[in-house]
Design a protein around this ligand. Structure first.
Ligand SMILES: Nc1ncnc2c1ncn2[C@@H]1O[C@H](COP(=O)(O)OP(=O)(O)OP(=O)(O)O)[C@@H](O)[C@H]1O
Length: 409
């Protein structure tokens, strides 16, 4: 009868299996270290993952690495990134450095720039921009394509360098956060995991409550456990906002936060921005002027890299208001029309129908004081009197259109 060898492998076989055993041990060790460093583990408590890895070598480790891919140090959030860029990604020193100033309680300005210039050549870039963003304000940065909005925002965040000029922040750089126009996230992560991952980078000292609060502030509390791959554009945009909010920033930069959204999504986002007024300083760029008019207290108009206007949104509208009004009258409309046509400051009167007339005056002041006086003197009833084109869009076009600014002077 032949002998059957049922004992341990011989020395040569053991030697051949040694590299494989080392790979398995290395994989398990690596997974255990990753698990220990991760802020949380997918689906199961961390201790259970550790036990599975040790008992089912190497399958537990492989399963963990596959499921926890979102936790790898390369951020899955190609998106709403906290600002305080890592040192190595910071620009080299610039000719006239961009400086972050110590908080100054005496000033009401949260973010300002002085003579900020970034010349790309060929007339493109940013030139001598003096920004002043009041603390707690919602500041709308508007301008046509290529005006320099993104350049300005990225210099404020420290992601791009200026050729000259300075930036002054009244908060530490870590209290500044930015949300890009189209945030992107790994689709297999839940909303909670996305924001929690950002928290582990920008606010490691804060707990899961900060995540829940940021999600709630962005209107996503109900969907915190859902995978973000199924989110609508509006929800994804709000998730970007939650990521930016998790570090509780005092200054928030939003790059075109409503540009990709439908009217309902835009309204939601604008409500969220408006709700931050007074609690945070928000700078948001937009080319949708109706949005800016709706929420911005202060507006800055950029064209070809230059800040053409900066001030209260209302002032911009009033300054560029066309001196025209639409009147709805009752009573002797013909008499009102005849009298208006006789006034030296009235340029033109159009009768639209029996009750409505349009009046164009020399100046806004003439119209505002003169029209009611004429109507009253005719004993006519003034049902309504609305300025024509009293919106930011018209003001913006007047300011940035061909010869707009000059033509008004
Ligand atoms: N890295 C660069 N090198 C050269 N030119 C650039 C660079 N970045 C931007 N520009 C140019 O500078 C000008 C301002 O660009 P920027 O992106 O800041 O404008 P924007 O107002 O954000 O425009 P948009 O609304 O189209 O995004 C544009 O003419 C652009 O082509």
């Amino acid at each position: 009868m032949a002998d059957v060898d049922v004992g341990l492998p011989d020395g040569r076989t053991m030697l051949a299996l040694l590299p494989l055993a080392l790979v398995v041990l290395g994989l398990v060790a690596y997974s255990l270290v990753r698990l220990a460093c991760a802020p949380s583990a997918p689906y199961l408590p961390k201790w259970l993952w550790a036990a599975i890895m040790l008992v089912s070598m190497p399958w537990g480790a492989i399963a963990y690495l596959l499921l926890a891919r979102g936790d790898v140090p390369a951020p899955p959030v190609a998106a709403a990134t906290p600002v305080a860029p890592p040192e190595e990604s910071r620009p080299p020193p610039v000719a006239a450095p961009v400086v972050a100033a110590a908080p100054d309680p005496a000033t009401a300005v949260a973010v300002s720039t002085r003579g900020l210039t970034r010349d790309y050549g060929g007339g493109a870039g940013l030139f001598d921009v003096n920004l002043a963003v009041p603390r707690g304000a919602v500041y709308g940065l508007v301008g046509p394509n290529g005006a320099g909005k993104s350049t300005l925002l990225s210099i404020l965040t420290g992601l791009r360098r200026a050729d000259s000029g300075s930036v002054r922040l009244d908060v530490p750089a870590t209290a500044l956060a930015v949300c890009p126009d189209v945030p992107e996230f790994d689709p297999w992560l839940t909303a909670f995991e996305v924001v929690d991952f950002a928290r582990s980078y920008v606010a490691p000292g804060r707990g899961p409550d900060a995540v829940r609060r940021a999600l709630a502030d962005a209107g996503l509390a109900e969907v915190a456990g859902r995978r973000v791959g199924g989110f609508s554009r509006g929800m994804t945009q709000r998730l970007g906002l939650a990521v930016a909010l998790v570090g509780d920033p005092r200054v928030l930069l939003l790059d075109e936060p409503t540009s990709a959204l439908d009217p309902a999504g835009r309204a939601e986002m604008l409500d969220l921005v408006a709700g931050m007024r007074g609690r945070r300083t928000v700078i948001f760029s937009s080319h949708i002027l109706a949005d800016v008019q709706r929420v911005a207290d202060v507006v800055g108009v950029l064209r070809a890299g230059r800040l053409l206007f900066q001030g209260p949104t209302r002032s911009l509208v009033e300054e560029h208001l066309d001196p025209r009004w639409l009147l709805r009258l009752t009573g002797p409309v013909d008499e009102v029309v005849a009298k208006l046509r006789g006034r030296s400051w009235v340029r033109r009167v159009d009768v639209l129908d029996g009750a409505r007339i349009r009046v164009e005056a020399d100046t806004v002041r003439h119209g505002e004081y003169g029209i009611p006086e004429v109507v009253a003197s005719c004993r006519a009833g003034l049902v309504s009197c609305e300025p024509v084109a009293a919106d930011l869009e018209s003001a913006f076009l007047a300011l940035t259109g061909p010869g707009g600014q000059e033509a008004r002077r």
